[in-house]
Every structure is written in structure tokens, then in C-alpha cells.
Design a protein around this ligand. Structure first.
Ligand code: SAM
Length: 267
């Protein structure tokens, strides 16, 4: 059964109801709503069938992915602005969503009251929230204006910038920790490499990095939310890229939703 991670992240049956205003809904979305609980039955990084292979007998999820992929996007959120309302009402409402417990454990390795940069922070739920609850000072960056507005509404006192991570100056300061949950594999390989360099530049000596990306290298089937391509440098290339910037890979982990975590520390 492949649905557990998706159900926990997005919530059953919510996605297409809120994807667009009523007037812009398509028959694909109407079909999709009938598939209650089976909208995106694949997790990030999973080897699901390509668009060209024979779809399962219930092919609504494939049509939705195609639909989302063709929507124009004027920002650098890699499709997330287009699906913001779905994302906000799904993962954005689940304080114990996938990743919360792993990030809670990681937060124990940071200095009490320390600073953490949350890249691709989304609504802040659950990742920033867990960090804040553990007494850390969070700074968020996300490229989707609508999702950043949801972050601000939920965490009014927390600094958050609406910008692409490739453009942001990361508040022109250093941090005890940097977290990037669900971001890296949305970016081109070259952007990922530049991001590693930028992260190393803002991590204090001894500072820690946590990011998620598949262990294997290469292209992956489209992101379940947006239908956009996903790409992982893979374990060995991430290790080398980090090492070249003075950051050591110190561990990995796979969570209950099969998301793969990289833990690293600046030397
Ligand atoms: C899979 S979601 C994860 C959000 C959050 N980390 C969480 O755990 O809920 C990916 C997030 O990255 C943001 N994003 C995508 N590309 C980005 C970019 N180039 N710069 C900044 N944020 C980006 C999206 O807007 C979205 O909020």
C-alpha cells in the first residue's frame, strides 16, 4: 500500500476541491474529486510509472498531474504557488505531519535558543513549528507568495522572506542550523550545487544541515503535488559537494513516509 505518506501529508479528498476557483475547474478535477483519498498515490522520490507508461485503471491522478504541469507560473516556486491552497489546507494543517518527529530529534543537536534557516519553509507546519516549539529562532524562505502569506498568518513574529532560495541573501547572517525539507529535488542539479555552497556560507562552524532528497541519483517521476520533474544528485554527489564546501555528511535516515534525510555538519 503506497498511500500512507500522501494521506498524512495532504489529507484525504481535499486536493482538487481547493485547487482552483469554481469557474476554472476542469472535468479532470471533477473526476479527481470522485477519487476520494486516492488523488496522489505516490510519495516524493518514488519510482512511479512515467506519463508514457500505461496508467493504472483509475487514471485520474495522471490527468491531474498533467493539468497542474501546464499551468503558467510567474514565480520560482516550482509549481507550488499554483497548488498553494491545496498545500495549505493539507500539509499546512497537520502539526504532526511527516518529518515532524525527525526534525524534533535533530533540533536536540542544536544549541538551545539557536538560529535555524528553514529553506522552502512552506506554511511552517510542521517543520518550522517543531523548531519553534523546541526554543529555536526560525527564519524562513519560500518562493510562493500565497504559501508565505499562510506562514506569516500562522507565525506572525517569525521572519520569513518570499524569495527563491537561489536569489535570497538568507537574511545576510549566519545560522546554527539549516533545514530544507522537501526542497532540494525540486531544483535543477546546478541550482542544488549552488545552494549547497550558499548554505555552507551561512552555517556557523559546527552548524548543522538537514535536507531531504532521494538516496539514488537521477531524475525521478514528477512531484506528486505539482507534476514538475524531480532530480537528485544522489548520496555520493551530495557527499562530495558538501565536502568541497567544508561540510561533512554525518548520517542519513529514512522516515515512515520513505523520505530520505541527509544530516551534515560544518567542520
Ligand atoms: C514540498 S514543499 C515543502 C514545504 C515545507 N518544507 C514542508 O515541509 O511543509 C516545497 C516548498 O518549497 C517551495 N519552493 C519551491 N521551489 C523553491 C525555490 N526555488 N525557492 C524557495 N522555495 C521554493 C515551495 O513553494 C514549497 O513551499
Amino acid at each position: 500500500m503506497l498511500f500512507s505518506w500522501v494521506d498524512r501529508w495532504y489529507g484525504e479528498g481535499e486536493a482538487c476541491e481547493t485547487a482552483l476557483p469554481e469557474t476554472e475547474r476542469t472535468s479532470a478535477q471533477t473526476d479527481c474529486r470522485a477519487d476520494h483519498g486516492q488523488l496522489f498515490p505516490y510519495r516524493i522520490g518514488e519510482k512511479l510509472p512515467t506519463m508514457h507508461s500505461e496508467p493504472p485503471s483509475n487514471s485520474a491522478p495522471f490527468r491531474v498531474l498533467n493539468f497542474c504541469h501546464t499551468m503558467a507560473s510567474a514565480n520560482k516556486s516550482n509549481g507550488y504557488e499554483d497548488v498553494a491552497s491545496v498545500f495549505i489546507t493539507g500539509r499546512g494543517r497537520n502539526s504532526s505531519g511527516v518529518g515532524a518527529s525527525v526534525v524534533a530529534g535533530w533540533s536536540q543537536t542544536l544549541p538551545g535558543g539557536g538560529t535555524v534557516l528553514d529553506l522552502g519553509c512552506g506554511t511552517g507546519v510542521p517543520i518550522s513549528q517543531v523548531l519553534i516549539e523546541h526554543g529555536l529562532k526560525v527564519y524562513g524562505v519560500d518562493a510562493s507568495p500565497t504559501i508565505v502569506a499562510a506562514f506569516r498568518a500562522r507565525f506572525p513574529g517569525v521572519p520569513v522572506e518570499c524569495a527563491a532560495v537561489e536569489d535570497s541573501d538568507f537574511f545576510a547572517r549566519t545560522f546554527d542550523g539549516v533545514v530544507a525539507w522537501g526542497l532540494f529535488f525540486l531544483l535543477d542539479a546546478e541550482v542544488q550545487r549552488r545552494l549547497i555552497k550558499k548554505i555552507a556560507g551561512v552555517l556557523q562552524s559546527g552548524g548543522r544541515l538537514l535536507f531531504t532528497a532521494p538516496n539514488e541519483s537521477g531524475s525521478f517521476p514528477p512531484d506528486v503535488m505539482t507534476g514538475r520533474p524531480q532530480f537528485s544528485l544522489g548520496y555520493e554527489e551530495y557527499r562530495k559537494a558538501l565536502e568541497a564546501e567544508g561540510v561533512s555528511l554525518v548520517g542519513t535516515h529514512r522516515d515512515e513516509g520513505e523520505n530520505h534525510y541527509y544530516f551534515a555538519q560544518k567542520m
